[in-house]
Design a protein around this ligand. Structure first.
Ligand SMILES: C[S@@+](CC[C@H](N)C(=O)[O-])C[C@H]1O[C@@H](n2cnc3c(N)ncnc32)[C@H](O)[C@@H]1O
Length: 196
């Protein structure tokens, strides 16, 4: 397996931030290529609106979204940690990386994207929902529900692979699920739609 300078630099940034922000980083290592590709596989290649990536970290999933063939102008990574957001901008100069809090997603999009009120098609999340404060999770979920169109999907992975119910997502209906063993730890990708 070839290890590139890019992945060494991502790992260094990730590990550095993990030491000071364990709760919000929520994973020991970046997402594996297998996990990132599985997430991307659930998305259409030419969505009508934006694909928002919450908690983009050092860009493993972002890279898979690009390789999947999504147009660059439709991928919008959102990352709270300033060092990781800086790393993402360096790694993906063609993307509009938003540094900020997913719990204020609507405001972030309105402030930073050109036409102010862009349409969102899908939201992909690497956020460690189970280790974030419940009030923050509630705000994030509220934003996701508010911004997703009826046919839009919310894709989230979890390391709690045996546990199918997660109460904050009770307003969502799971319509696909997939286990990824090649990740540390193994993960389950869930694809949700908002119940209307
Ligand atoms: C599991 S890590 C990201 C994994 C990512 N797929 C990777 O491989 O680098 C979760 C990320 O969510 C970010 N995060 C946590 N809370 C956030 C929030 N409220 N808004 C945006 N990003 C947040 C963390 O800073 C961290 O980079």
């Amino acid at each position: 397996m070839a290890i590139s300078i890019k992945s060494i630099s991502s790992l260094a940034v990730f590990s550095g931030e993990l030491l000071s922000n364990a709760g919000s980083v929520g994973a020991a290592v970046p997402s594996s290529r297998a996990l990132a590709r599985r997430i991307a596989s659930f998305l259409p290649r030419d969505p009508t609106g934006l694909v928002i990536e919450l908690g983009a970290g050092t860009g493993a999933v972002t890279e898979a979204l690009i390789e999947h063939g999504l147009p660059l102008e439709k991928i919008v990574p959102v990352e709270l940690n300033a060092n990781m957001a800086r790393h993402l901008r360096k790694r993906f100069p063609g993307l509009n990386v938003l540094g900020g809090d997913a719990s204020k997603l609507g405001r972030l999009l309105a402030q930073h994207l050109p036409d102010g009120r862009p349409a969102v098609s899908h939201i992909v999340s690497s956020l460690p929902l189970r280790s974030l404060p419940v009030t923050v999770v509630a705000r994030i979920i509220r934003e996701v529900k508010r911004l997703l169109p009826p046919d839009g999907t919310f894709i989230q992975y979890t390391y709690h692979i045996g546990c199918r119910r997660y109460r904050p997502l009770d307003d969502f209906q799971r319509h696909a699920t997939s286990l990824v063993w090649m990740n540390l730890p193994p993960a389950r990708v869930d694809v949700f739609r908002v119940r209307r």
